[in-house]
Design a protein around this ligand. Structure first.
Ligand SMILES: Cc1ncc(COP(=O)(O)O)c(C=O)c1O
Length: 428
């Protein structure tokens, strides 16, 4: 286990690669993994060549181009939901002496088990489905005993070890893993089918849909009938309309994290992939208006059309169901000057807004009120009274699900304040 998914990924790659080595990697990657590959590893003399995750010809050509220590990919890419052909890529990697490392966070072990398909190492953000309660940051690395020992030594020396209490929470959450994932995946399949019929949705990506470009790969390589709990779809009208849609939702929460018991939704362009330039978003297949849905366990007994008519206040009812979405307020607070622009701090989860009982500035405690977090920077600002009046109800509901695991996105000044806050006994 490691301190986070990124802790597991970084420690694994730094254990398996040396200066002068080459990694061939799927291009469609979680934003911070990509940052590690394009910014940090090259600085240590490790070369990275990218290929399209689902394109075997590209894998073959890149691996044939020269020696490689590692082939790296997500089994189900975040957020495009492209599927890696694990057996074929493992074969290609092994022919060239490379080890295949697979990030199985998005698909989950419930859905696909890469080691049985030829992968050498599996990494997970245990922050997501493995823990499943959005209250822990953790990572996992799974491999043969020798590889685990190789990584484990560096987990200690690099200090990416998991806090014991977090380890306990993840271990406890695993008791309900199959139950949670079964329920989440069943609901996700229904929601994906429903979305396909919505005129407001341009495209739906779910590996269980016949329309998915990698449906046959999932059918051949994944566990029978299991297609995961992540759905991606493109809202007609692009990023701005998608953002309005997200912010108008009343039940589903907008947050960068995923895999928890609560349904979470995000726009990758302003959250998990905000470090991508527009060109990089385009190359990675993140279309304007793309929205990522992590389906939770709540209301699993309800029909998708009812769930979505509640969830989707600005999407008209699907033409085939006759439901009329319940009228909802779509008021979104506009920008306003922060009463104290210097005061930045973390909210909960991705786009994150939360109630702060008190906050610390200059060592004193004072009440703050509501905070909204800037989706691009993940740092907070204090809401004006007008914004507060407009959003309090919704934010209170959002906060009710507890803190999420995205604190590392917050800017450095936050850390000093957290430390001060903790010293002063501030309940974060
Ligand atoms: C596919 C994938 N891998 C790795 C990570 C990083 O995990 P963590 O947040 O636990 O560092 C994430 C986080 O969203 C992810 O989606």
């Amino acid at each position: 286990m490691a301190s986070s998914g990124m802790g597991a990924i970084a420690t694994t790659l730094l254990s398996l690669c040396r200066a002068g080595d080459r990694i061939v990697a799927g291009r469609e990657l979680y934003g911070d993994t990509r940052d590690l590959l394009v910014r940090d590893l090259p600085a240590l003399g490790i070369r990275i060549d990218f290929v399209a995750t689902a394109d075997l010809a590209e894998w073959e050509a890149a691996l044939a181009a020269g020696p490689a220590a590692v082939a790296y990919s997500e089994s189900l890419s975040n957020p495009q939901l492209r599927v890696l052909d694990i057996p074929r890529v493992a074969e290609l990697a092994h022919e060239r002496g490379a080890r295949l490392v697979v990030d199985n966070t998005f698909a989950s072990a419930f859905t696909v088990q890469p080691l049985g398909l030829g992968a050498d190492v599996v990494v997970h953000s245990a922050t997501k489905f493995l823990n499943g309660h959005s209250d822990v940051v953790a990572g996992a690395m799974v491999a043969d005993a020798a590889s685990v020992r190789e990584v484990q030594r560096r987990v200690v020396t690099f200090g990416t070890c998991l806090d014991p209490h977090a380890a306990f929470l993840v271990a406890r959450a695993l008791h309900t893993y199959e139950l949670r994932l079964g329920r989440q995946a069943a609901a996700a399949a229904g929601i994906a089918r429903w979305l396909e019929d919505s005129p407001e949705v341009v495209q739906v990506s779910y590996p269980g849909l016949a329309s998915h470009p990698d449906a046959a790969v999932a059918e051949r390589t994944w566990r029978p009938g299991r297609r995961g709990a992540m759905v991606a779809f493109v809202v007609r009208g692009g990023n701005e309309r998608a953002a309005r849609f997200l912010r108008a939702l009343n039940i589903v929460r907008e947050a960068t994290s995923l895999g928890g018991v609560e349904t979470l939704i995000s726009a990758p362009n302003n959250s998990s992939h905000f470090s991508y330039t527009p060109q990089e978003l385009n190359l990675a297949g993140i279309k304007p208006g793309l929205v990522r849905l992590s389906v939770g366990i709540e209301d699993a007994a309800e029909s998708p059309r009812r769930r979505l008519s509640l969830w989707a206040p600005i999407l008209p009812a699907s033409p085939n169901n006759g439901d009329t979405p319940a009228p909802r307020s779509t008021a979104v607070p506009g920008p306003s000057a922060s009463p104290d622009p210097d005061l930045t701090f973390l909210g909960a989860s991705g786009v994150f807004a939360r109630w702060f009982d008190v906050a610390v500035k200059g060592g004193t405690l004072r009440p703050l009120g509501w905070a909204r977090v800037d989706p691009a920077l993940s740092c907070g600002r204090v809401l004006s009274p007008a914004e507060l009046a407009a959003t309090a109800d919704r934010e209170r509901r959002r906060h009710a699900h507890g803190p999420h695991a995205c604190y590392r996105y917050s800017p450095p000044p936050f850390w000093g304040r957290v430390e001060a806050a903790l010293q002063l006994g501030w309940r974060l």
